[in-house]
Design a protein around this ligand. Structure first.
Ligand SMILES: [Zn+2]
Ligand SMILES: [Zn+2]
Length: 283
């Protein structure tokens, strides 16, 4: 069965997420574990966590269908020591919460080198990951590096950069990747065509290993191929478009990986979008 879902808010508690997921016809989800634009992490509500885990068990939601996205202030590539250390400490805390929720996959953007250069940034991220994983290696956790749009000194807009980060760490088995279709389109990965898909899957296999692709962020793009703008659009309404996604959904690896929407709109909007995607896949 296809794993299809979206990003859900946690303002009503973690235990609310599986229910809302179910209501909109989804069977997979992504969440933040705290407000993503702040460093602050609230103390966990033990009862909420227990309720969440009970629902996951009852609904038989497996680990391949659940993802935590890190906060946005984390920058593992930062050349500034204070911000870099704060990023490492915060990410360790976020991962501990992820593990206590029984979730395995933790998604993070590699970060921005802030004009220090890509090679510096790649080393910096790899060093940060080694420090982090040293602290959490006993948990059933896998860190997924997400491909991003090329802007603001971001590292990871090409698959080989994700591969280079993994190659420079000491814990390769603890690291995988998430592929974001909008960010990839921003970086000239054209999933609308057979050639584009062949190239993308070749690069993933060549630089990272196809088995390390664990999650897909399913987003259309408000801007055309290669724009590097990072503006997500509703599936079928953007430049990837209806026909483009029909091509994307032809690939077995795509359909065997959890597809998570990060498109604009409410849970109710996502309900319609999920119905639309199910139809597109079935065709
Ligand atoms: Zn992201
Ligand atoms: Zn994404």
């Amino acid at each position: 069965m296809i794993k299809l879902g979206a990003h859900f808010g946690i303002s009503k508690g973690f235990a609310n997420v599986p229910e809302v997921m179910n209501e909109i016809g989804a069977n997979a989800f992504q969440i933040f574990v705290h407000s993503p634009r702040t460093w602050k992490i609230k103390q966990l509500n033990v009862i909420d966590v227990e309720n969440f885990k009970n629902k996951i068990k009852k609904m038989k939601i497996d680990k391949e269908s659940m993802l935590v996205h890190s906060g946005y202030l984390i920058n593992l590539a930062s050349p500034k020591d204070e911000g870099w250390k704060k990023s490492i400490d915060t990410m360790i805390e976020e991962i501990k919460i992820t593990a206590s929720l029984g979730i395995k996959y933790f998604n993070v953007h590699p970060g921005s080198h802030l004009s220090e250069g890509e090679d510096f940034g790649i080393d910096r991220v790899a060093n940060a990951l080694d420090i982090i994983i040293e602290q959490i290696k006993d948990f059933d956790i896998m860190i997924l590096l997400e491909n991003v749009a090329k802007k603001g000194g971001n590292i990871g807009y090409k698959i080989n950069q994700l591969g280079d980060i993994i190659k420079r760490t000491n814990y390769k088995e603890k690291i995988g990747i998430t592929y974001d279709t909008c960010h990839g389109f921003d970086s000239n990965y054209d999933i609308r065509t057979k050639d584009g898909m062949d190239n993308l899957l070749f690069e993933i296999n060549e630089y990272v290993g196809i088995d390390k692709l664990k999650m897909i962020h399913l987003n259309d793009s408000k801007f055309d191929l290669g724009a590097g703008k990072d503006r997500h659009e509703i599936i079928g309404k953007g430049f990837i478009g209806e026909e483009g996604f029909k091509n994307f959904f032809k690939y077995e690896k795509v359909l065997n990986t959890a597809l998570l929407l990060e498109t604009p709109g409410t849970d109710e909007d996502h309900r319609k979008e999920i119905a639309y995607i199910k139809k597109a896949i079935a065709q």
